[in-house]
Every structure is written in structure tokens, then in C-alpha cells.
Design a protein around this ligand. Structure first.
Ligand code: K5W
Ligand code: ZN
Length: 265
């Protein structure tokens, strides 16, 4: 493990080892967490979430060795979220996923101890207060990540364009053009959510994220989940070992007295 370049999800370099190079791993506002639904406090002052995604410009789909990610043009306020617990709007930078080997593990957040097979993260940054994503990622109110649970059920038509393109980003460090993908199709019908102050769930684990986890999962088919599990690798094309990208999730971290708020009763 050398600095921010080399960490993973294996025995030697996985979540239990991250504290060696990223001591904030043992901080007091780490993510993910287990959400205990009957301890979440309904906060009537929380506003509805507003997703302004219609003018979004997706750029590429890539495999960064930790997840598969779709990046967006964030040079202006075309694609933002506002409302909810937020002051002002936050710009969409990228979305990515975390998943397991079968349906009883894979998500990062859990609800009453229950994991989902996959979790989508839509990463936004505070472009009003900071001049770059990097600067925002170092600030306590710099980032907002929307967490969406994926549950297995019927096929999700909107996800097919992505799962059909995964073969293009099989290896770590590969990317492919990916235009005109509007992530609104990956949102559930209800925008009810839990929210709490937390961190990135991967190194550098900055404690700069306002988490907004949607209660309603979206349904994807087992076949679509299998595409994630069987197509993309942690390893690069030049590496000897071919290791499927699975179980790229950090387990829940101590709440350390944080309050989880609910937008709903
Ligand atoms: N898993 S995660 O959503 O916390 C995350 C991961 C990498 C970079 C980020 F900006 C980020 F938000
Ligand atoms: Zn994530």
C-alpha cells in the first residue's frame, strides 16, 4: 500500500487495513453505517429533494479498479440536486456502484442489519462554496452522496445500457465514451430518505459527505446483477491474475453518537 494509489478489498489491502495509510478510517464520522429505522428521527424541517438532471451530460464509463463509474460534465450547474437537508445546490460529478457475490451482501449501508445486493452512489459537490471537486472533497459540507439500494426483482430497462457496456471496461484503467445517460432513470419513485453526516466510503475516507440514502430500492434483475459480477475485473489487462470485481463494499462503521434524520414518519 503506497499512499492513495494502492488499496483494495482483499485480505491484505481491504477495509480492515485502510487505517494504516488513512488514519481517518478510525474517525468519528465514517461511512457507511447501519441505519436503524426506528431510531431515525423524523425531521419535519427537512425539505423534499429536487433533482435537476434533465440537461445532464454524461461523458464516460470507466473501471477505476475499485468500481465502475459514469462521469459527468460538471463545468456548470447543468446537473444539480437541492432541497432535502442541503443549503443551496450540489453539482453531479459521477455515479458508481458497490456490489457483492450474491443477493445477501453487496451494499455499503444496511437497513436494520439488512444488506442489499448492490448500492448506487450519486456523488455531488458544493460548487457554490468551492472551486474544484478536490477542494470540496476536503470540506465538511463539500459533498453530497445520494445512496440508492438495488434489489433483485424484474429487469430495470434503464440499467441495460450500462450493463451492456460493462464489457468495454473489463479491466482496471479502461474507459469508454458514454453519452446521453440520464441517471434520473436510476431513481426510485419515492424520494423519502435518511440523512446523516459521514465520509467517503473509500480511501481517502474524507469526512466531507452529507449522506442522503433513499428508502425505496430500485429493482434490477439477477441477470443484470450477474453482468456486474462476471464482466468487470479489479485487475488490469497486463496483470497475471484475473480477479472479478465483487465485494467492493466497506462494512458499516461506528455511529459514534451521530443522529440519523428521516424525511418521513
Ligand atoms: N463511495 S463514495 O460515494 O463515498 C465515494 C467514493 C469515491 C469518491 C467519492 F467522491 C465518493 F463519494
Ligand atoms: Zn460509493
Amino acid at each position: 500500500m503506497t499512499g492513495q494509489h494502492c488499496w483494495g478489498y482483499g485480505e491484505e489491502d481491504g477495509p480492515s487495513e485502510w487505517h494504516r495509510y488513512f488514519p481517518i478510517a478510525e474517525g468519528n464520522r465514517q461511512s457507511p453505517i447501519n441505519i436503524v429505522s426506528n431510531q431515525a428521527v423524523f425531521n419535519p424541517s427537512l425539505k423534499p429533494l429536487v433533482f435537476v438532471y434533465d440537461q445532464c451530460t454524461s461523458i464516460n464509463l470507466s473501471n477505476n479498479g475499485h468500481s465502475v463509474m459514469v462521469e459527468f460534465d460538471d463545468n456548470d450547474d447543468k446537473t444539480v440536486i437541492s432541497g432535502g437537508p442541503l443549503e443551496g445546490s450540489y453539482r453531479l460529478k459521477q455515479f458508481h456502484f458497490h456490489w457483492g457475490t450474491q443477493r445477501n451482501s453487496g451494499s455499503e449501508h444496511t437497513v436494520d442489519g439488512k444488506p442489499y445486493p448492490c448500492e448506487l452512489h450519486l456523488v455531488h459537490w458544493n460548487a457554490r462554496a468551492y472551486s474544484s471537486f478536490g477542494e470540496a472533497a476536503a470540506a465538511p459540507d463539500g459533498l453530497v452522496v445520494i445512496g440508492v439500494f438495488l434489489e433483485t426483482g424484474g429487469q430495470h430497462p434503464g440499467l441495460n445500457r450500462l450493463t451492456d457496456a460493462l464489457y468495454m471496461v473489463k479491466f482496471k484503467g479502461t474507459k469508454t465514451q458514454f453519452d446521453d445517460f440520464n441517471p434520473r432513470c436510476l431513481l426510485p419513485s419515492s424520494f423519502e430518505y435518511w440523512t446523516y453526516p459521514g465520509s467517503l466510503t473509500t480511501p481517502p475516507l474524507n469526512e466531507s459527505v452529507i449522506w442522503v440514502v433513499l428508502k425505496e430500492p430500485i429493482k434490477v434483475s439477477e441477470k443484470q446483477m450477474e453482468k456486474f459480477r462476471k464482466t468487470v475485473l479489479f485487475s488490469g489487462e497486463e496483470e497475471e491474475q484475473r480477479v472479478h470485481m465483487v465485494n467492493n463494499y466497506r462494512p458499516p462503521q461506528p455511529l459514534n453518537g451521530r443522529q440519523v434524520h428521516a424525511s418521513f414518519k
